[in-house]
Design a protein around this ligand. Structure first.
Ligand SMILES: [Ca+2]
Ligand SMILES: [Ca+2]
Length: 156
């Protein structure tokens, strides 16, 4: 799967109201159900802060009535630092806040769930990707390993 296909799938997930335009509220709402109700206020604040960074990277400082089309969203992936400094920190903060227990690493089941939540198909490739992301081969993908995997796969 290419970085562009991943970006397209992610746009659909982030565009919560499915009108083909991203607004800050879409991004805030997109993954909320996966971490809402978790009692970790600190991790939820980290998500809020990461949402702010991502929105700023996409829309700039004056947020007014600006929106981002799918074309603009995909183009942003080629901007220096967008994937590494805005997109991936946001995704990792969301995944971290969505972990129910103290264990922040992902097992294969959790990995597959997030694959689907990011709009990607759960296929035999999913297992291979889990193994490739698990660089220390402990059958868990730590948030650090996940960060490296996301940077690699979302960078065009
Ligand atoms: Ca929208
Ligand atoms: Ca590991």
């Amino acid at each position: 799967m290419t970085a562009q296909e991943r970006a397209e799938a992610l746009f659909e997930k982030l565009d919560s109201d499915s009108d083909g335009q991203l607004r800050p509220g879409d991004i805030e709402r997109a993954f909320l159900p996966y971490y809402m109700g978790s009692d970790n206020a600190e991790k939820q604040r980290a998500v809020q802060s990461a949402v702010g960074t991502l929105v700023k990277a996409l829309l700039g400082d004056e947020m007014s009535d600006e929106t981002v089309s799918e074309k603009q969203f995909i183009a942003a992936f080629a901007s220096p630092g967008f994937v590494d400094k805005a997109l991936v920190p946001f995704l990792v903060a969301v995944v971290d806040a969505g972990q129910r227990d103290d264990e922040s690493s992902l097992d294969l089941d959790e990995w597959r769930k997030w694959q689907v939540r990011l709009g990607l198909p759960d296929t035999s490739e999913t297992m291979r990707e889990f193994q490739s992301a698990d660089s220390d081969e402990n059958i868990l993908v730590s948030l650090e390993e996940y960060t490296q995997f996301l940077k690699k796969t979302y960078t065009p």
